[in-house]
Design a protein around this ligand. Structure first.
Ligand code: FAD
Ligand code: NAP
Length: 532
């Protein structure tokens, strides 16, 4: 296949890749997008499990780059389902005529920087050879599934599924004995719905999680009209908040108010539902005493919702609220009141092997027809680590990140010129409403590319000094919070052998300010090399 040249190659066709294509094409760049999947949508293409839906309100979990799109699209529910979000991104792709530049079923295997031409050589799984001045990794923070390395999976006689690679055809669970392994957001969303159809469900829980009821409902047309009437102001206000989302932030500290006031606040948040629970008090994620009041409140709710006290105790986390990603559910805890659902705690008796007929823990044997792995992702770095990326002096990204990911602003990596990451480690990404954070990154990258080209620059590379200072700052801010205190995927703790580093940057407004300053200064912290 002949070598094909583009200005920009984008890897991934989720929300980030699709918007990057639109934005850069608008700047007159020639762009090619490669997507490993057979359709666009990223997260919403792959995660088709029963109950999959967003837990940021749909009128916020949507693009804002086009006022007309924002006005025209009609979301139907407070939290959109996976099929509705997938329809939306397909609509956007067609509306802006993007499909022709997206090559599906094509995995990018390698990207090597050629120092003599200042261009990237990109190889794809179908034998394609491409080159481009810029590469944008829109590969997703939660796109590389984690299937624990249990011995014997090949011998299992039944069917097994991972929530993050769910089949496109409906699965008939009726009459089946089903095991669900994992109780993070994906498990918590699918367990109640799958339980309605199975003969018997056994949930294998290694750690319990805190979950807040979604109280999902159809959108009220009057509220939709009201929001649409002031959409830009609503979006602008959200940009000024820590989570880049409309969480109705309470400025008070939990430790400064009375116990009665705390309970009033938590009850009101529980009644309205969802992630805004995290914004109950300003010190919730920073002060262990404050956090304990929220944790105790949710623990009480779990005991109210679950009939059997022993099961309720197993479902009750002892950890910090929000330190692992807070979950949002519909009927999760109550599902354990069903006679066909059993909870098995594997914290001290881990799953050891998958057998022909089921699975074995260290001490017990279980028989199943179907296994559902809701075991999450190699988050933030997993998809990038699977690509052979080589920068200056042929240094690989895997080598550069062997002690943990290092980036400048989560957007660039020193020694890997003209390469950008969307919502990379070191940016607020997964601690925010990701859609506006994706748009923010793509806009920044597009401005940077336009500047570099305008100035006749051949190569832009983050300096190691700027990167080190940024990484130190990310760590310092993370360490001021309670986030590093538990074994979460934010820290890479879910993947054996992964360096333990708190990967996201906490706080959207100071982050956006820093990005603005860097751009306004002519890209302070980067080395710009003119065309030779
Ligand atoms: P993705 O959607 O992950 O897309 C990346 C794409 O890159 C994938 O399609 C992948 O196949 C492709 N790719 C990766 N490597 C290669 C390669 N080498 N070659 C070719 N293609 C490649 N965020 C929120 O803010 N709110 C939510 O409510 C929310 N809910 C979520 C629910 C689930 C089940 C999951 C898993 C995540 C959720 N997220 C949520 C996070 C979600 O990932 C982001 O909101 C957003 O969809 C990410 O978009 P993206 O384009 O950056 O990445
Ligand atoms: P996750 O949060 O990492 O949960 C994985 C679960 O699998 C955990 O309970 C984990 O236990 C368990 N597990 C992993 N390996 C195991 C093993 N060997 N034995 C037993 N249990 C094991 O993954 P996820 O649920 O897919 O969610 C990932 C992220 O995607 C979320 O945090 C969220 O950001 C996003 N998401 C959002 C939604 C939404 O509501 N919008 C839905 C799904 C996903 P431990 O906790 O002990 O590691």
């Amino acid at each position: 296949m002949a070598n094909q040249r583009y200005d920009v190659i984008v890897v991934g066709a989720g929300f980030a890749g699709v918007y990057a294509l639109h934005k850069l094409r608008g700047l007159g760049q020639t762009v090619r997008v490669f997507e490993a999947g057979s359709g666009i949508g990223g997260t919403w293409f792959w995660n088709r499990y029963p109950g999959a839906r967003c837990d940021i309100e749909s009128m916020e979990y949507s693009y804002q780059f086009s006022a007309e799109l924002q006005q025209d699209w009609e979301w139907t529910e407070r939290y959109a389902t996976q099929p509705e979000i997938l329809n939306y991104i397909n609509h956007v792709t067609d509306r802006f005529d993007l499909r022709g530049d997206i090559q599906l079923n094509t995995r990018v295997d390698s990207a090597h920087f050629d120092e003599s031409t200042n261009r990237w050589a990109v190889n794809t799984s179908d034998g394609g050879e491409f080159d481009a001045k810029y590469v944008i990794m829109a590969t997703g923070c939660l796109s590389s599934t984690n299937l624990p390395n249990f011995d014997g999976l090949d011998s299992f006689a039944g069917e097994w599924y991972h929530t993050g690679q769910w089949p496109h055809e409906p699965i008939d669970f009726s009459g089946k004995r089903v095991a669900v392994i994992g109780t993070g957001s994906s498990g918590i969303q699918c367990i109640p719905l799958i339980a309605e159809h199975v003969e018997q469900m056994t949930v294998f829980q290694r750690s319990p999680n805190f979950s807040i009821p979604a109280h999902n409902q159809p959108l009220d047309p009057d509220c939709v009209r009201e929001r649409k009437a002031s959409y830009p102001a609503f979006r602008a206000a959200n940009k000024e908040t820590a989570f880049h989302a409309n969480f109705d932030y309470n400025e008070a500290n939990a430790v400064d108010v009375s116990a009665e006031e705390r309970v009033r606040e938590y009850e009101s948040r529980w009644a309205s539902g969802g992630l805004p629970f995290l914004a109950s008090f300003a010190d919730l994620i920073f002060d262990a005493d404050a956090n304990a009041t929220a944790a105790d409140f949710i623990r009480g709710k779990i005991h109210e919702l679950v009939d059997d006290p022993a099961t309720a105790a197993l479902l009750t986390p002892t950890s910090v609220v929000g330190c692992k990603r807070l979950c949002v559910d519909t009927n999760y805890y109550a599902t354990f009141n069903r006679s066909n659902v059993t909870l098995v705690d594997v914290s001290d008796d881990p799953i050891k092997t998958i057998t022909r007929v089921g699975l074995n823990t260290a001490t017990r044997e279980y028989a199943f027809d179907t296994l559902v792995f809701a075991t999450g992702f190699d988050a933030m770095t997993g998809a990038l680590a699977k690509i052979d990326i080589q920068g200056l002096a042929a240094r690989t990204l895997q080598d550069a990140w062997k002690e943990g990911p290092k980036t400048y602003l989560g957007l660039a990596v020193a020694g890997f010129p003209n390469l950008f990451t969307v919502t990379g480690p070191g940016s607020p990404s997964v601690l925010t409403n990701m859609l506006p954070s994706i748009e923010h990154h793509v806009d920044w990258i597009a401005d940077c590319i336009a500047y570099v080209d305008r100035k006749g620059v051949a190569r832009i590379d983050a300096t190691p000094e700027a990167q080190d200072a940024w990484v130190a700052h990310v760590n310092e801010v993370g360490a001021s919070s309670l986030y590093p205190t538990c074994n979460s995927w934010y820290l890479g703790a879910n993947i054996p052998g992964k360096p333990r580093v708190f990967m996201p940057y906490l706080g959207f407004p100071p982050y956006a300010e820093k990005c603005r300053e860097v751009a306004d200064s002519g890209y302070d912290g980067f080395t710009l090399t003119a065309r030779g």
